[in-house]
Design a protein around this ligand. Structure first.
Ligand code: CS2
Length: 473
């Protein structure tokens, strides 16, 4: 059988009628946005919002993607003229749409110079980033180009050329991601030119933002299914849910897309949105990833379709919700109902193993943040304790049936090695509580919390995750 042709400008017309296409002249699109980390999440979120903007006729906001980790996406998108398909599933139905906002992808395979030049181009106004939690940790000395390093170099170039500043939007699941990035960029730039922090303060803005759209990693089976349906191969397609949210702090350095016209919320304070999303959505995701993974489950929907799993998540949300301050503009009851429906949808097929990646960096903003507030108020947190104990058990690389599981984490290596030498729950929780990058000192000193965590881990060790999570409510 002949392989189907690739998706691209020349094959757009061959696609089934039901697939929407970009209705604008892509040749006229200018590149106003540089995105660092154009993985599946970016292609299901920011790139779609910008495609909406282009469809409305403002052609200044095409995207150049910068891939720092691997050239795979560039190699997939280049033969496709930057085009890819977004498959949106909801309640058993899938709607497909070709996204045209990405004009090119530059990979860091040879030199950082083309990447810096893209950021320093006069037409670039907005830089967006999805670089995962690991991207906000200070780099090891002499590590090859990092996002913060490239931005610092580009800002120095812009200053030298008399160009304006930039708006830089860090779109990762971390509260204060923008602020952390600003600190990293300023530290790198100041080491070369001590005047740079002042120039950055005057010309560059790092607004806070919150992003939300559940996007599973694309699989070979997804690509194959699309080829048989469409008669065209798309190696950069993305599957996602119908829900999408982007909330951005109203603090821009210059011209920007008319975000409000395409459903993006531009607000004065993003913190309540970020806190709620991190502690409810991402916190539950992480809890399900470790407890579900230990119980031998594969997907999020399997966890919550089980009544005991759903009841556990509700209990976790009760604990997290009590830690949220006033949530102006957010109806938490409605948010939780909608979130549970999103988790339950089997069409999303979101793998727990994908969510389990980088847990040492995810626990602090998603679960430890709630635990800290509760512990300070003297409140017990059985559901959160069990999730954290689940992460500790997961570090062993074995599930409850003894099958091996892959522990992928850009951080936490020293703790993982220490845990591997320990077996008693007291010792393993002791090792966790000594890890200051995960557990802040006041929590580590709380003897009641220590006893509760030890108890949760002991129950996981002796009974397994399935039985332990039923005991929480
Ligand atoms: C997930 C997120 O892998 C993870 O950490 O919790 O990617 C989650 O799906 C998104 O934040 C949803 O917006």
């Amino acid at each position: 059988m002949r392989a189907p042709p690739r998706l691209g400008s020349a094959t757009l017309a061959r696609l089934p009628q039901a697939i929407e296409r970009p209705g604008y002249d892509r040749e006229k699109v200018e590149v106003g946005v540089v995105h660092i980390g154009p993985g599946a999440f970016h292609r299901a979120h920011q790139a779609v919002v910008l495609d909406d903007i282009l469809r409305r006729g403002d052609l200044r906001w095409g995207v150049t993607g910068l891939s720092l980790r691997s050239p795979t996406l560039r190699d997939a998108l280049q033969p496709q003229d930057g085009l890819y398909t977004l498959a949106v599933s909801q309640a058993g139905e899938t709607r497909r749409r070709v996204i045209g906002s990405i004009r090119e992808v530059i990979a860091l395979d040879a030199s950082p110079i083309p990447l810096v030049e893209a950021l320093a181009r006069q037409s670039t106004r907005l830089v967006t980033l999805t670089i995962t939690e690991a991207g906000y940790v200070a780099p090891a000395p002499r590590k090859p180009a990092t996002a913060a390093g490239l931005i610092a170099a580009a800002l120095m170039t812009r200053r030298g050329r008399g160009l304006g500043g930039l708006t830089i939007l860090a779109c990762d699941n971390l509260e204060g991601a923008g602020r952390r990035l600003e600190e990293l960029v300023c530290a790198i730039a100041a080491a070369i030119d001590p005047d740079m922090p002042d120039w950055i303060a005057a010309n560059v803005r790092f607004p806070a933002c919150m992003v939300d759209r559940i996007t599973p990693a694309t699989t070979a089976a997804d690509i194959e299914a699309f080829s048989s349906y469409a008669g065209v191969e798309d190696r950069a397609m993305v599957r996602t849910e119908a829900f999408s949210q982007w909330v951005i702090e109203d603090r821009f350095a210059g011209p920007r897309p008319e975000f409000e016209s395409v459903g993006v919320q531009v607000v004065s304070d993003v913190a309540p949105f970020s806190k709620a999303k991190l502690r409810l959505l991402n916190g539950a995701h992480s809890a399900m990833a470790y407890l579900g993974g230990l119980a031998g489950l594969t997907y999020v929907h399997e966890f919550v379709q089980n009544p005991a799993g759903a009841a556990y998540v509700e209990r976790l949300w009760d604990e997290a919700e009590e830690t949220l301050g006033p949530t102006v503009g957010l109806d938490l009851a409605a948010y939780r109902t909608r979130l549970m429906a999103r988790f339950r949808d089997p069409a999303i097929a979101h793998a727990l193993a994908q969510i389990a990646i980088d847990g040492s960096l995810k626990l602090p903003p998603q679960l430890v943040s709630s635990l800290a507030v509760r512990t300070e108020r003297g409140l017990p947190s059985p559901a959160i304790d069990l999730a954290i104990a689940g992460w500790v058990k997961w570090q062993s690389g074995r599930d409850d049936a003894g099958a091996s599981v892959e522990v992928r984490d850009a951080g936490g290596g020293a703790l993982r090695r220490r845990l591997a030498r320990l077996s008693a729950p007291e010792q393993r929780i002791g090792a966790l509580l000594n890890e200051v990058s995960i557990i802040p000192a006041p929590l580590a000193a709380d003897t009641r919390l220590r006893a509760e965590l030890v108890d949760a881990l002991r129950r996981l060790d002796t009974k397994g995750a399935r039985a332990a999570l039923v005991e929480v409510f």
